[in-house]
Design a protein around this ligand. Structure first.
Ligand code: HAM
Length: 434
């Protein structure tokens, strides 16, 4: 009997090559598109001091209350695997004095996040985000540009059936009056709220609007909405964001109950959902957080951002053609001769150095078996090396699709194959463009 299997941890996934190729495409497109909006990549640590998240996401949020992977390191310090990227981004912005560069600054990041949620379809304990954050301007055009980037990205990778939901969460000037109105309303519905929401009314009544418990959702149906409490500044700001989105035909729905699961938001908040996902239907979310940089000890700095959940995005792309990676060229050696084996080793290396995607057969053997391996590799060309080829100092090059064969001197092989592969790819692209 074999040894007992060691399995992966609950709620995490292996991303196998058939999928990772799609991940690579999505990430490449993000990098390219975000660069066109003048974003730069920032790489942040995956763990931080626990207070980075506790201070920003909010003591009463589900994430901080029950979903963080927090542990003591060997020195007894409390550390946490990042449940999201914004808090780390703000910590890095302040710690590295990035505000000293002046002007508006735009950063993006890609990577794993960790939340100890109950795993289900679309909900993982390690998941991945592509996030974007803009610092240094409260101009509503930044809000609209940020949402536009998100929508352009999602449509660009091929996600359909999107809905953008939008709200304004007010600012420290107008939120208190809304909090008071909401608290008074919730007090009249106490018995219908879940224990959790009842317990946090005093500290954060807004959480009840976001609670998934059916009785809470029922109880807050007629709750006062923040839109009726916005101050003049917030109302004007929100109006301008909406007008700019409309000028670019970005369809959105106003959702006065959208409060988001993180406490740092001010003014604009948004979520993108897809009807094609199940219960976990949010692909992306974000908003403004004008107070957070100061909270971390930096100068007053307006900021806004969003994060896309890559797993959910990839789910929406599934069902498309299978993407498989194949080498362009496969090298085989016929027979058991060491000289042939040496030549195969040399040819494969030379091709790779010349920038050709090449692989080779291992283990020697009859040409027929070697050719089966070549076929299985999916390569468009096979280079055959045998005793005959060695004597004549030429390789046999077989075009797999047509079966036609050419004799090419070894020292011209890389050049010959580069031209062939480039021509083929050009031809395929032309064909694809119609
Ligand atoms: P969030 O809404 O918590 O926002 O997460 C953003 C996206 O990450 C979600 O819409 C979802 O697609 C994905 N996501 C979250 N949790 C999970 C999970 N357990 N499994 C799979 N996917 C998940 C934030 O994280 C904010 N930092 C966004 C932001 C950036 N706000 C301002 N700047």
């Amino acid at each position: 009997m074999g040894k007992e299997l060691i399995t992966r941890v609950k709620g995490v996934k292996d991303i196998l090559p058939a999928q990772s190729i799609r991940w690579l495409e999505v990430e490449s497109l993000a990098r390219l598109l975000f660069s066109t909006y003048n974003y730069q990549e920032i790489r942040l640590p995956v763990f931080e001091k626990t207070e980075v998240f506790a201070r920003s996401i909010g003591e009463t949020s589900d994430i901080v209350e029950k979903e963080m992977y927090t542990f003591q390191d060997r020195g007894g310090e409390s550390l946490t695997l990042r449940p999201e990227g914004t808090a780390s981004m703000v910590r890095a912005y302040v710690e590295n004095s990035l505000y000293g560069r002046g002007g508006v600054q735009k950063y993006y990041y890609l990577g794993p996040m960790f939340r100890a949620e109950r795993p289900q379809a679309g909900r993982f304990r390690q998941f991945h985000q592509i996030g974007a954050e803009v610092f240094g301007s409260d101009d509503p055009a930044v809000d609209a540009e940020t949402i536009l980037l998100l929508v352009t990205f999602l449509t660009g990778v091929g996600v359909g059936g999107l809905e953008v939901r939008l709200n304004s969460l007010g600012c420290p000037a107008c939120r208190p009056s809304y909090r008071a109105a909401l608290t008074a309303f919730l007090q009249t519905r106490l018995t219908r709220l879940c224990d959790n929401c009842r317990g946090r009314i005093g500290r954060n009544p807004l959480r009840a609007l976001d609670c998934k418990s059916p009785s809470c959702q029922e109880a807050v149906k007629d709750a006062p909405v923040i839109g009726d409490h916005l101050c003049e500044g917030c109302r004007t700001h929100f109006g301008r964001v909406r007008a700019l989105l409309e000028s670019q035909q970005v369809a959105y729905a106003l959702d006065p109950r959208l409060v988001r699961g993180l406490d740092y938001y001010t003014r604009t908040a948004f979520e993108v959902t897809s009807s094609r996902l199940g219960a976990q239907n949010a692909i992306a979310g974000g908003g403004r957080y004008n107070g957070l940089v100061e909270e971390f000890g930096g100068p007053p700095t307006s900021a806004i951002g969003f994060a896309v959940g890559i797993e959910r995005l990839i789910t929406l792309l599934e069902g498309g053609p299978d993407l498989e990676h194949a080498p362009d060229v496969f090298v085989v050696g016929a027979g058991e001769s060491v000289l042939v084996d040496d030549k195969v080793f040399e040819v494969a290396q030379n091709l790779r150095v010349a920038g050709i995607f090449a692989d080779r057969a291992f283990g020697g053997g009859k040409l027929k078996n070697q050719m089966k391996k070549a076929d299985k590799s999916g390569a468009m060309v096979t280079v055959i090396v045998g005793d005959d080829e060695l004597t004549k100092n030429v390789a046999t090059v077989r075009i797999m699709k047509t079966g036609e064969q050419h004799s090419v001197p070894f020292d011209e092989l890389a050049q010959w194959l580069s031209e062939f592969v480039n021509n083929e790819e050009q031809f395929e692209d032309d064909d694809f463009d119609g």
